[in-house]
Design a protein around this ligand. Sequence first.
Ligand code: SF4
Length: 446
Amino acid sequence: MPQKYLIETYGCQMNVHDSERMAGLLEQAGFEAVTDPVDADIIVVNTCSVREHAEDKLYSRLGELRQVGLQRGSQPVVAVTGCVAQQLGDELFRRSSLVDVVVGTQSLKQLPGLVAQKLSAADGPADISLVDVSPHDDVSFPLGIARRRDSLKAYVNIIEGCNDCCAFCIVPYTRGRERMRALSEILAEVREAAENGHSEVHLLGQIVNHYQAPDDPGCDFAALLERVHEVPGIQRIRFASPHPRHVSHRLIHALRDLPKVCKHLHLPVQSGSTPVLARMRRRYTRERYLDLVAELRSEVEGIQLSTDVIVGFPGETTEDFEQTLSLAEAVRYHGMFSFKYSPRPATLAFKRMPDDVREGEKTRRIVELQALQKAIQLELHQELVGRAQEVFVDSRSKRRDHELSGRTSGNTVVNIPGSPDLFGRIVTVRIVGAGPNSVRGELMVA
Ligand code: SF4
């Protein structure tokens, strides 16, 4: 009887894709997927450590899994993977007796073997604990293994790790230094995904626009977009995340000239204040960022921007924060992920910059920023009312049963009445209603 596994995922798109890969590896090793923790012999918790709160989620989940064990009468094997695993390694065994296996972000391929060792040692000494958090330069991954969660969209890694070391960011310490994936392997995975009905591809990396093909010196990120654009069966191309300081004219022209490349750019700014950006080690100024936004808008018709912002970074004054507000007003983003600064171990800020903005003040700032952003999003969505939009129908509406949902090229969520046979198709919709997080449309042309 095959052993049953369940993977729980926290964090970013790259973690979601790592879970898809681990699912494939476990199934290739003979394990079978289940959806209820009570039925699982192995539970993999794929963790995120980008903020303290994210790390705390692991410990509360481990507490809940202890109850699951009591409920089912035997403790499942618990494997912790992802960024907290990489950050803490075998320290996790001391932090929780529930953890049996620890697998780092660069050791996914070792998971089935370590789990099998633990299972086969069930009759042996109870304290066997297995860990692999070693760095691996090899970013290749066997084709056709990933168990994709979405039937229409496919995540494809192009770069792993990051060399930029922004002062607040733990990623370089949990995902390692930058390693580029071979162009041939990326294209093979995109073709395989398209052949299996995944007509929207998301290219993933910490700084995607830093891509340089190790197997083709002439292929930078713009050239990669051109190559992916040629793959039959691909309708839309998205990517995350670019870094503002690496946005080249070639990339801007690719966004403008390649119809399948979505007219949406997630351009993390982090702060609107040049002194804060300097302390964050972002290596661009407020002025340079705004010039880039102006160039993107003049070159790429209808481009929609979204961003990431941190409030309460060490030393951020009220004036600095005002700069962030005024930049959000100037750019008018269609989307924003905003966070209160959270000191992360090993980072430059953690080591050298006291977390001197009071928690209450961080909360006041993020509430003000989110209120501003919500108002801007509503206005931008109201401007779409009455206009026609091309929408890729990719799911059921979260709002109403009989409704479908999809996204414009600009990444705006559109809810439309319609039948499931519209799934995976790009339809023309007239926008008839607007809210802060989505708009409603009526089908014009299927
Ligand atoms: S670019 Fe900066 S924020 Fe982004 S992953 Fe690298 S270190 Fe982190």
